[in-house]
Design a protein around this ligand. Structure first.
Ligand code: PHE
Ligand code: FE
Length: 288
């Protein structure tokens, strides 16, 4: 996930210039592998009929020769053949420029730690389960793989234009919390949802959140919350369409336009929104 602040501004002593570290698969304990296997089994059972077709097809890429946390070398070898992507280990969150450089070059950075057995349901920082189970299956899809690499280049450009706030929202509402309209109904593809037992159901079934047709401009104006379920989800018609609109649009004039516009608070609907589900917001209201 993209975070606003970073604790470190240079790589820690054990990391390379590009912030990567050896995954050192052998250092994970049996208990850590069991956490992965438990989470994997639980989500794999929940996701058919909920996750997008592309995600479910991509899940096969994670089924490696040994159980437990995937060995990144083996995973990268498979992914490389499919879409040219690799998975590299990093100690935790990395600076934006490092993140974008890896992404633009088809290297997906993944945290090299896993949550504790008492944190199965919720974790503040992205761990290897979120990063790999959530993100990697989508990287096996050629169209989405191209989208994420293009996003990395877009990130480098946005940094120069001081527009990360806007581009970060696009990431949030697609890569992390995106929904897609498939012939059989709404499906999830965002990594933040597919890696969460509770939000995998909430995002599709709960009456509380709004589900709004994706609009680039609208998404880049919309605030989000990082500490709880979303109050709005944006629905793309297809990955081809997401790739097309983001690649064909020159974001520079869009960013300039957005500076003059107000941010849209979560849960707010606009008259021009194409609303698929008008949320009750009962969940968010009940928490106040
Ligand atoms: N087209 C965008 C730009 O002009 C780059 C981009 C592509 C951003 C794909 C996100 C996804 O900056
Ligand atoms: Fe993420």
């Amino acid at each position: 996930m993209i975070e606003e602040t970073h604790v470190l501004d240079h790589p820690p002593a054990n990391a390379a210039e590009d912030w990567t570290i050896p995954q050192d698969w052998a250092h994970f304990t049996q208990e850590e592998h069991r956490v992965w296997d438990t989470l994997f089994a639980r989500q794999a059972k929940l996701l058919p009929g909920r996750a997008s077709d592309a995600y479910l097809r991509g899940l096969d890429v994670l089924k490696l020769s040994k159980p437990g946390i995937p060995d990144f070398d083996e995973l990268s070898e498979r992914l490389m053949k499919l879409t040219g992507w690799q998975v590299v280990a990093v100690p935790g969150l990395v600076p934006d420029d490092v993140f974008f450089d890896h992404m633009a070059n088809r290297r997906f950075v993944a945290g090299n730690f896993i949550r504790r057995p008492d944190q199965l349901d919720y974790l503040q920082e992205p761990d290897v389960f979120h990063d790999v189970f959530g993100h990697v299956p989508m990287l096996a899809d050629p169209v989405f793989a191209d989208y994420l690499a293009a996003y990395g280049r877009g990130g480098q450009r946005a940094q120069g234009l001081d527009a990360l706030k806007y581009l970060g929202r696009l990431y949030w509402y697609t890569v992390e919390f995106g929904l897609i309209a498939e012939p059989e109904g709404l499906r999830i593809y965002g990594a933040g949802i597919v890696s969460s037992f509770a939000e995998s159901r909430f995002a599709l079934d709960d009456a509380s959140p709004n589900r709004i047709a994706f609009d680039l401009n609208r998404v880049m104006r919309t605030d989000y919350r990082i500490d709880d379920f979303q109050q709005n989800y944006f629905v793309i018609p297809s990955f081809d369409e997401l790739l097309r609109v983001t690649v064909e649009t020159d974001f520079a004039p869009l960013y300039e336009e957005l500076v003059g516009m107000s941010d849209i608070a979560v849960a707010t609907l606009l008259p021009e929104d194409r609303v698929l589900t008008h949320g009750t917001q009962a969940y968010a209201l009940g928490k106040r």
